[in-house]
Ligand binder design. Structure first.
Ligand code: AHR
Length: 672
């Protein structure tokens, strides 16, 4: 390879190329990245499958497309203690949005055991040395508690199997307010690590003091330490996994999950802000209720905490319960009908970016963040290539938003290439394209973006590869001989997935004038409840179990080894395949070279760089079996390793020779 740092064509690299896509799928938000450790904290309908953990109740989930399994309030995830009865109650609502609460009936003649209830967490609760925050609303039944009894409440983290108590605190005895709910918020300090995560949060009363009483509880919450200490923030370890990739942007809140099953159940941003007890739960598009605890403000704080740009998706009028073909039941598309959607998007942007003297900017300040956030990108809808009237909607929403926010970069979910219609994407706007495909698609697509603008006769449009992954099984037998495997989602990304995705991304890196953004999807998978595989990261309640996939490591390597300008590379010995490559330079200090070998056979590589260089180092990810992967019992089966090089210096003629192992992804840094 001749790297033409002096005489070749250079282009500025796309600064935001590698990002992160998030929507609540696979219990990736509630029960995942969102730091709430208790399940079903407000009885919304998080009717999840509970497997075989003792004490769990509730039906198991059966997959049904376009429905949310839980259709109303549920008591799932709670267990009564000491002979207590627990039930749902609709007569003592906490707030307008929290109408169903937990009624806790203490027996009139209890034994000596503490009475009350326990929450079993999202398939368990990890207990480690740290300070937890517990909060809930409590209210005694005023008819039963005429004497206004003073009772204490004990809160403890304890083993679900042995009952061992790991941390405990007592809210002193008091006569509870019988007019309004009392809000309790306290710390729980654990100095120990529990042997496993099969633990509960128990909320109990002294049996004698509380005998015969009924107490109502709602919004029962437990947080451990969160990422960068944000209140109502992100689970620290999972957030750190994301931050380690240094993603440049976050696409949120969907995906399908922006759309709802109907217009009424779309993601309504204004129902996701403010005090948690006032937020509305929502039947998400991925078959479970979303608490909306991870709401608009939390997404903005997430991107703030990780120095990411926002790619905010807004609703364009299509919901997934509408006709799959698009046009039958969708929200109408006249100017008058679309105005409310435009208005809600404008208000949302005002909440995000408005000064504090605007209505929504003021609300943001009231909720704790006076400084405006920045929204760099707005995507209008999601995968709307089927809907014949999307061009009309896109134009209407684009024109209205652009007039108010001219600096935002707007993204169309469809383009002439993948739509059933023609659409005019204005200059400066982007196309979001999605690909869930076998390896061959990505490898063959290496050159897809070469001269793409010219060939499509549209030099205005740039590209966001907004969702992609290799999701089917394949076993290549010889160079570029990839079959067309059956349509079965693999569980974990394979080395071959990362190889194929990497080749496609090299194509993107070689065309920075065209491809500006990319994000793998979906990103997070809870093992206890998921409806889509593969994902970048798989996890359960125990942080020690997390599996970072081979595709995750590809993202990490590719984002780390990036320069500020792409440089031209020529190869006198032939074309791409089985080796694929791309190169860039960084401020006159380094030359980066990424090389992927899609074949089993080692390929000798001779590198000549026009600039004088002094040393080379790098990392490699490889494995004899291209179908190898990281998994729960071997989470580090395939990870990037420092490159073991025979020579780290150029030969006297400036060249450098190295054998590229079969099935490998390599990143090299030549220091000038
Ligand atoms: O990533 C999973 C889903 O795939 C997304 O929600 C949707 O945009 C796509 O169809």
């Amino acid at each position: 390879l001749d790297i033409l740092t002096k005489t070749g064509v250079r282009n500025a690299t796309a600064p935001d190329l590698y990002g992160w896509m998030f929507e609540d799928i696979n219990h990736s938000g509630d029960g995942g990245l969102y730091g709430e450790l208790l399940t079903n904290r407000a009885f919304d309908g998080s009717n999840i499958g509970w497997g075989t953990i003792p004490g769990f109740t509730g039906p198991s989930i059966t997959y049904q497309e376009n429905t949310c399994e839980a259709t109303g309030p549920v008591i799932t995830g709670y267990k009564p203690l000491g002979g207590t009865q627990i039930r749902l109650d609709a007569f003592h609502p906490l707030t307008y949005s929290h109408r169903t609460v937990l009624a806790v009936d203490i027996p009139t003649t209890p034994g000596s055991e503490p009475v009350g209830f326990a929450n079993l967490g999202w398939w368990g609760i990890p207990v480690t040395p740290q300070t937890y925050n517990v909060s809930f609303f409590v209210y005694p039944d005023q008819f039963k508690n005429q004497a206004n009894l003073a009772t204490a409440i004990t809160i403890s983290l304890q083993s679900n199997t042995t009952g061992e108590i790991f941390a405990s605190t007592v809210i002193p005895a008091q006569s509870w307010n019988v007019v309004n709910y009392t809000f309790i918020s306290t710390e729980l300090v654990s100095n120990v690590s529990a042997p496993d995560s099969n633990n509960t949060l128990a909320i109990t009363f002294d049996p004698a003091a509380a005998a015969g009483q009924t107490y109502y509880f709602d919004q029962i919450s437990l947080f451990g330490e969160t990422f960068k200490g944000y209140q109502n923030g992100l689970r620290k370890d999972l957030a750190q996994n994301i931050y380690d990739l240094k993603p440049k942007f976050l696409r949120w809140p969907g995906g399908n999950n922006i759309e709802g099953f109907s217009f009424q159940t779309r993601w309504k941003w204004w129902e996701t802000i403010g005090p948690l007890e006032d937020r509305w739960p929502r039947p998400g598009n991925w078959e479970y209720y979303n608490t909306n605890g991870l709401g608009l403000m939390e997404f903005l704080e997430w991107t703030e905490s990780m120095e990411m740009e926002n790619v905010l998706a807004i609703y364009s009028g299509y919901s997934l319960g509408d006709s799959d073909e698009g046009d039958a039941n969708e929200y109408p598309s006249s100017d008058a009908a679309l105005y409310p959607l435009l208005k809600e998007a404008l208000d949302e942007l005002e909440f995000c970016m408005g000064l504090t003297d605007t209505y929504w900017g003021g609300k943001r300040a009231e909720y704790g963040h006076p400084e405006p956030f920045n929204i760099k990108y707005v995507e209008i809808g999601n995968e709307d290539w089927f809907g014949q009237n999307y061009p009309f909607r896109f134009k209407y929403l684009y024109d209205g938003l652009k007039a108010a926010y001219p600096d935002i970069i707007y993204i169309s979910t469809a383009y002439n290439e993948n739509a059933d219609y023609t659409i005019d994407i204005p200059e400066g706007a982007m196309w979001d394209t999605h690909h869930y495909e076998p390896p061959a698609f990505f490898i063959d697509g290496f050159d897809f973006y070469d001269n793409w603008q010219e060939s499509t006769n549209n030099t205005n449009v740039t590209v966001f590869i907004g969702e992609y992954s290799v999701f089917q099984i394949d076993t290549p037998s010889e160079v570029d001989n990839f079959s067309d495997p059956s349509d079965i989602h693999i569980f974990y990304p394979r080395l071959l997935s990362a190889i194929a995705e990497g080749v496609y991304l090299l194509g993107a890196e070689r065309n920075p004038n065209v491809v500006k953004l990319s994000s793998y999807a979906p990103s997070l998978q809870n093992w206890n409840w998921y409806n889509w595989t593969p994902n970048l990261v798989a996890f359960d309640a125990n942080p020690l179990h997390t599996v970072l996939s081979v595709s995750y490591y590809l993202q990490k390597l590719f984002n780390e080894y990036r320069g500020t300008e792409s440089v031209e590379v020529t190869n006198s010995e032939g074309d791409f395949g089985p080796l694929y490559w791309a190169s860039s330079v960084d401020g006159g200090e380094s030359v980066f070279l990424k090389v992927i070998n899609v074949n089993a056979t080692t390929v000798p590589l001779n590198v000549a760089i026009e600039s004088k260089w002094t040393s080379v180092n790098g990392s490699i990810m490889t494995n004899a079996d291209p179908n190898g992967f990281n998994y729960k019992n071997n989470a580090t089966a395939i990870t990037p390793q420092p490159l073991n090089l025979t020579s780290t210096k150029p030969a006297s003629d400036g060249s450098w020779i190295w054998d590229v192992p079969g099935y490998s992804i390599t990143v090299l840094q030549f220091n000038l």
